[in-house]
Design a protein around this ligand. Structure first.
Ligand code: COD
Ligand code: ATP
Length: 197
């Protein structure tokens, strides 16, 4: 079964795009959601995170995400240590999920796919882009994040220019109806490519 990586910078609209693939009937795995679930449920992850960030990193048994975010997004060394705890656990969880799927392909949505090398395990990858100003406006509307907090996360992600050189498909997500058409086109291209394998 083909695995199609789906990525994009913060606020680009990758979860929105993933929703369009789901509407077509394609199973979608969202790494951000899995990371969140595993941080909430895994004792090993909780212990490892507390070892790095101290007791304040968890409140009872739930992670203090704002506190952890305030530490990692302006310290690349700490972010890398956190990634090293979460990413292998997400990979195991994804492989177990994948073994239950029966469709022609699945979508693996991850915020950082090229940065981690995760794209190498995908048959193809899709990059969702949108102008940076628009992404910031969307995030301000959706979350209570400040421009500085958004910018810090962007600083820990590769630029669209760099990522677009590695992507097999690009989706420009400005106008939703156009985005949906691009998803439908890529879906047909993926099915064609699968038949030629
Ligand atoms: C630091 C944490 C606790 C902050 O949680 P929070 O709820 O504020 O953010 P959330 O996880 O929903 O991510 C929102 C967005 O932040 C950006 N982001 C998250 N993790 C990273 C990262 N490791 N590198 C760069 N950007 C990131 C992405 O654009 C992502 O879509 C959390 O992001 C985290 O544990 N990150 C490290 C693990 C990771 O990479 N998770 C994502 C994929 S598995
Ligand atoms: N084309 C669009 N037009 C208007 N609003 C949009 C569009 N695409 C996404 N949005 C909105 O912008 C916000 C960010 O989109 P979404 O959550 O899909 O992005 P994301 O890349 O998954 O974000 P994150 O990096 O935080 O996980 C959401 O509130 C979403 O509803």
């Amino acid at each position: 079964m083909m695995v199609i990586g789906l990525t994009g910078g913060i606020g680009s609209g990758k979860t929105t795009v993933a929703g369009f693939f789901e509407e077509i009937g394609i199973p979608v795995y969202i790494a951000d959601d899995a990371g969140r679930r595993l941080m909430n449920t895994s004792k090993e992850i909780r212990e490892a995170v507390i070892q790095i960030f101290g007791e304040e990193a968890y409140n009872k048994k739930l992670p203090n995400r704002k506190f952890i975010a305030s530490k990692v997004f302006n310290d690349k060394g700490l972010l890398s240590r956190l990634n090293q705890i979460i990413h292998p656990a997400v990979e195991r969880d994804f492989n177990s999920w994948l073994s239950d799927q029966t469709s022609e392909y699945v979508i693996y949505e991850a915020a950082i796919l090229y940065e981690t090398g995760g794209y190498k395990k995908c048959d193809y990858s899709i990059l969702v882009t949108a102008p940076q100003k628009l992404r910031i406006l969307r995030l301000q509307k959706r979350d209570d994040s400040s421009v500085e907090e958004i910018q810090e996360r962007m600083n820990n992600q590769w630029s669209d220019e760099k990522k677009s050189q590695m992507a097999d498909f690009l989706i420009n997500n400005e106008e939703l109806a156009q985005t949906k058409l691009q998803v439908e086109h890529i879906h047909h291209e993926i099915l064609k490519a699968g038949k030629n394998c």
